[in-house]
Design a binder for this molecule. Structure first.
Ligand SMILES: N[C@@H](CCC(=O)N[C@@H](CS)C(=O)NCC(=O)O)C(=O)O
Length: 217
């Protein structure tokens, strides 16, 4: 199994958490240096035409892409510990929370979007950071409302079992820190992320613990 990765990538962080929780260690980690634009080079474009990481190549050569699809694949092929509840409404809620992060927030702040804002619309660094801050705050507010008063919320986003929702929240917390959002305004979010990071398999997947990462972001 080969994982295409970069220390800072939040989508790859999601997959790293799941791999660690499932006890699966890729045979090879292939660094795709995003600031250097390696994701746009032919070699990687052949792996994922969307030019984004993560990508995972299974032992039989099957190429998998899109972090949420990879998370569900890993959950189906390595059922323990489960990353989705069994009950359909709970599964839908977990997927909904995960998608607020992975589909409605993260895509707005990936390098290609920030670079496009800067190069095409001549928005300076402060403006691009304001953009990222704005979209993070919007989804943090929504996530807090979804989970804050809900009886479904327990130790984690859905009850007391860590799910793909929590995996996504961990990435959102790193993004929120990057865009200088004050997460103390979102106590349920903060508590759940802290709970996740008490788990060694989660903590080990953190961007700053990856090869090539600086001592602090
Ligand atoms: N929806 C995709 C997002 C993948 C994505 O955009 N990954 C970022 C890094 S976190 C990337 O490789 N960006 C390259 C770019 O924007 O040029 C997923 O969840 O896997």
């Amino acid at each position: 199994m080969k994982l295409f990765t970069y220390w800072r990538s939040l989508a790859t962080y999601r997959v790293r958490i799941a791999l660690n929780l499932k006890g699966v260690t890729p045979d090879e980690l292939i660094d795709v240096n995003l600031p250097q634009g390696k994701q746009r080079e032919d070699a990687f474009r052949k792996i994922n035409p969307m030019m984004a990481i993560p990508a995972l190549i299974e032992n039989d050569g099957t190429v998998l892409f899109e972090s949420l699809a990879i998370l569900e694949y890993l959950d189906e092929t390595h059922p323990n510990p489960p990353l989705l509840p069994k009950e359909p409404k709970a599964r839908a809620r977990v997927r909904g929370i995960a998608q607020i992060v992975a589909c409605d927030t993260h895509p707005l702040i990936v390098p290609r979007v920030r670079e496009y804002l800067a190069h095409e619309y001549k928005i300076d660094e402060a403006g691009v950071n304001k953009w990222g801050h704005h979209w993070h705050e919007a989804s943090l507010k929504a996530l807090e409302t979804v989970r804050g008063g809900s009886k479904e919320t327990g130790k984690f986003a859905q009850g007391d079992q860590l799910t793909i929702a929590d995996i996504c929240l961990c990435g959102q917390a790193v993004g929120a820190a990057y865009f200088k959002c004050d997460i103390s305004a979102y106590p349920t979010f903060k508590r759940i992320v802290e709970e996740c990071n008490k788990i060694e398999a989660v903590a080990r997947a953190h961007p700053l613990k990856q090869p090539g990462a600086p001592a602090a972001a």
